[in-house]
Design a binder for this molecule. Sequence first.
Ligand code: C5P
Length: 310
Amino acid sequence: MSIASTSTPVRVRAPGKINVFLEVGCREDDGYHQLATAFQAVSLYEDLTAEHAVGFTMAVSGSVDVSAVPVDDRNLALRAARLLAAETGYRGGVHLEVVKQVPVAGGMGGGSADAAAALVACDALWGTDVGSQELHRLAARLGADVPFALRGGTAIGTGRGDELSAALARGRFDWVLVVNEDGLSTPEVYGALDRHRERHHLDIAPARKTPAVDAAVLQALRAGDAAMLAEVLRNDLQAAALSLRPDLAATLELGESSGALAGIVSGSGPTVAFLAESPEAAAELQAVLDAAGLDALLAHGPVPGARVIG
Ligand code: C5P
């Protein structure tokens, strides 16, 4: 059954993410790495509005610096809209308005969230009604993190990060995020990891083994136990991100000595995520980091994936 297209604009909200565990395995011939990750969607959101238009256009604004965001076909959200149109034979266009909270090139999947939001919004606006399985398939074609932005919550990602399975998670985790205006390029961070492994002949061990999420991470998520999760946070991209941005080490040090249970670089960085014991502890840590001149935001997870909000 197909749902008729709507003439009113469709508004969709999609979350940013933190990788609470990220093990990077070998590099495949296509340049992508095998990995195993535990994603958590957090309460920094991308709000996207889609309305009927003749061509494919977009505009971006937000509470973060958006000056580096392209608004042409380099933008993953516009590519998502075009892909859905091509796959469904939809002949019209769309205008997308994106309001960003997720830092640009920050390792929190903001661009992927925009793409997921664009798929959901255009599917509703155009009445193409492709269903969740097809949306997931299209999402995976757009980028490794896009399927998770569709799904949200807490999930395990394997393959490139796009093969998702459920992770039981109880309760709420409180985070303080230190964001940076100068982003990091994800391919450059993976490249720095590859060079480091080659230099130190570390490529053999990860290449032989299929990456997997530690059982202790799954257990901490299941228990909803922040102190337990803090003990087992891991990100194989962290050292590579620190090699490109040595200033992040001082940020990690400051947060960890100021009440955080633990700190971790989020994905490919440079956002640093601190896990706090409670909402109050998070607010106290935010105040300390702010006073030190850092840009610290409060967030909590897990939260839902891309969904229509109006
Ligand atoms: O899929 P996405 O566009 O988000 O990936 C950005 C870049 O991150 C890729 O071009 C690749 O360099 C790197 N990457 C990787 N292995 C993954 C995911 C991403 O090497 N599993």
